[in-house]
Design a protein around this ligand. Structure first.
Ligand SMILES: [Zn+2]
Length: 383
């Protein structure tokens, strides 16, 4: 069974990007062990009935929360209850349905994956651009400054030692939690448009969406404004709707930002730099993925269910095309192989401990002196 699933490397997107050292047998052993697991159990690497049930539950949660908020709630506390529930449902759809479908992990049928990845467009962001930003650039160059857009939050936050430090960053461990709230507004109103206009995601060129895909970029914005702003206006006072609209997406931004960030930006995370001459990263790709990533709350089934296996982020980065319902079982295999090859495997026992580690990392990075990137440091060192 073919389960060796490294991220997508379309030839057109390669450019002058860092390359990784060749596999030292680690990737091969992982693939063999994981393939044996699926062969022995007879399971499919995709989602099956568990994902169908989960999808139905998540979409029903979303629908019920929305209906309650817009058509039933008549007091402020009912509104807060409905909006909170809706915010968690929206983030849950992103974690559990869209993310797997966009990675082609949800189903063996491409059409099903393409259909369900559109849940992201339904929520106001382009699934086409997400595929490039997340699947290709983030998954390939995790924690590599200048190549992984997820660690580029300048000027607001300094997340890597080679990024310039500003005075305000001394307080980033206090204010970033709230600033994550703005990420969804950014996706809705600026990021996708800028990426299409520039033909780039961060520093990387990508093929601009055309035809239907381009139409969908604009349609997703109109659609999300229609259901989350315009329709509620027919049933409630405009300023109440505006306040709930702003709060809802702010809360979604915080939930998404924290869950995605804690897995890579914690106080033990390395930020490897490519060699300035060869543009090569010392580690093989699979080892790089494990060492720049952390799992959290592995024994908490509720968190595992809700965050769509993103608490098994190491397994996800090694096997992004395997559905997240398998990650708890794969974690033991990955840990075994890491022990065999002496690869560091980082795991936080709980979500709270992972969040605390992210806070410590933000604080340290906000106060630590600037470290020059290797490319800038080399001439001085040579002189
Ligand atoms: Zn992913």
């Amino acid at each position: 069974m073919e389960v060796a699933v490294s991220p997508e490397h379309p030839a057109s997107s390669r450019g002058n990007r860092p390359r990784f050292a060749p596999d030292n047998g680690f990737r091969k052993r992982l693939d063999e062990r994981v393939a044996a697991y699926f062969a022995d159990t007879g399971r499919s690497p995709h989602g099956g009935w568990r994902m169908r049930l989960k999808t139905a539950s998540m979409l029903a949660w979303f629908g019920a929360s929305y209906a309650f908020l817009v058509f039933v709630a008549s007091t402020w506390w009912q509104g807060v209850l409905g909006a909170t529930s809706l915010a968690f449902a929206i983030a849950g759809i992103g974690f559990s349905i869209m993310h797997d479908a966009n990675h082609d992990a949800y189903s063996k049928h491409k059409l099903v994956n393409r259909l369900l990845e559109r849940t992201l467009d339904m929520l106001g962001a382009s699934s086409y651009i997400w595929r490039w930003k997340h699947n290709v650039f983030h998954h390939t160059y995790t924690n590599v400054e200048g190549a992984d857009n997820d660690i580029h939050l300048l000027p607001f936050a300094r997340l890597a030692p080679t990024q310039p430090r500003r005075r305000i960053h001394r307080f980033q461990h206090l204010y970033m939690w709230a600033l994550y709230g703005f990420t969804v507004y950014h996706m809705h109103f600026t990021e996708d448009f800028l990426n299409v206009k520039r033909g780039k995601v961060g520093p990387h060129h990508f093929p601009r969406p055309r035809g239907l895909r381009l139409f969908e970029v604009f349609a997703s914005k109109a659609f999300v404004l229609a259901w989350s702003l315009a329709i509620p206006m027919f049933f409630h006072t405009w300023w109440v709707v505006l306040a709930f609209y702003a709060s809802l997406w702010f809360a979604v931004g915080i939930i998404l930002g924290v869950v995605f960030q804690v897995a890579h930006c914690h106080d033990e995370a390395p930020f490897p730099e490519p060699d300035p001459v060869t543009n090569r990263i010392d580690n093989a790709w699979a080892i790089h993925q494990v060492e720049t990533t952390a799992d959290f709350a592995p024994h908490n089934p509720l968190i595992t269910w809700y965050v769509g296996g993103l608490n098994f982020q190491i397994e996800h980065h090694l096997f992004p095309k395997i559905c997240h319902v398998h990650y708890p079982r794969l974690a033991g295999i990955v840990q075994d192989v890491c022990t065999e090859f002496g690869v560091r495997y980082t795991q936080f026992p709980s979500f709270v401990s992972a969040v605390a580690s992210h806070g410590r990392m933000l604080r340290r990075m906000g106060t630590a002196p600037d470290a020059l990137p290797a490319a800038a440091a080399t001439p001085a060192a040579a002189a």
